[in-house]
Design a protein around this ligand. Structure first.
Ligand SMILES: Cc1cc2nc3c(=O)[nH]c(=O)nc-3n(C[C@H](O)[C@H](O)[C@H](O)COP(=O)(O)O)c2cc1C
Length: 178
């Protein structure tokens, strides 16, 4: 099985989750490639059985480098006739999206549109969305957003427990494949 883990990260939270996913896949015997979105464009998505795409929430949407990657990939695949009406599912192709967020104002709802956006990319490509993972992350450089927001004290997150949950989720995905 071949897997691709792509992500963007400004302050390291999403990177931590991406690396955890990548390492868990490798430990499970999967041939996994880890790339930031800026360098992932040449990767041909249909060559992979499993694709993970991760992003933080910036004003409850993916930040520009993630949007740019998705726009460029969609343009390319539209030109090649891969984006089909009714988005038929490709056999054996699965995608997982992961989002890190701080939720200072409205909590989880600040992450949800990002996960849905990434999931729509996967679905338009014909990949079955096998998971939508949301991970709380400290708002680095803004203390009050990490202590007085809707989610309370989120300093140090994603923490060990958050990453262990991710390891568990990745292993569940791998088990479903056996
Ligand atoms: C410019 C900027 C805007 C952000 N806007 C939001 C937001 O609207 N909602 C939210 O929940 N978190 C927001 N955050 C917090 C990040 O989503 C959160 O800290 C995330 O885990 C950062 O991931 P990263 O370290 O991989 O960049 C914002 C962070 C930055 C730097």
């Amino acid at each position: 099985m071949k897997a691709l883990v792509i992500y963007w990260s400004g302050t390291g939270n999403t990177k931590k989750v991406a690396e955890t996913i990548h390492n868990t896949l490798k430990n499970g015997g999967v041939n996994s490639i880890l790339k930031r979105v800026e360098e992932a464009l040449p990767e041909e998505l249909f060559e992979f059985d499993l694709i993970f795409i991760g992003s933080p929430s910036h004003m409850w949407q993916p930040p520009e480098p993630v949007l740019k990657y998705i726009r460029e990939k969609m343009d390319y695949h539209r030109r090649h006739g891969d984006i089909k009406l009714c988005a038929p599912k490709l056999f054996g192709k699965r995608g997982v999206v992961f989002v890190t967020y701080s939720g200072p104002h409205t909590g989880f709802n600040e992450a949800l549109p990002v996960g849905k956006y990434l999931g729509q990319f996967m679905e338009h490509m014909g990949f079955d969305v096998a998971g939508e993972w949301y991970v709380v992350g400290e708002f680095h450089g803004r203390e009050s957003e990490s202590t007085k927001g809707r989610l309370g004290d989120i300093r140090g997150r994603p923490n060990q427990q958050d990453l262990e949950n991710i390891i568990m989720e990745v292993n569940k995905i791998l088990e479903n494949n056996r």
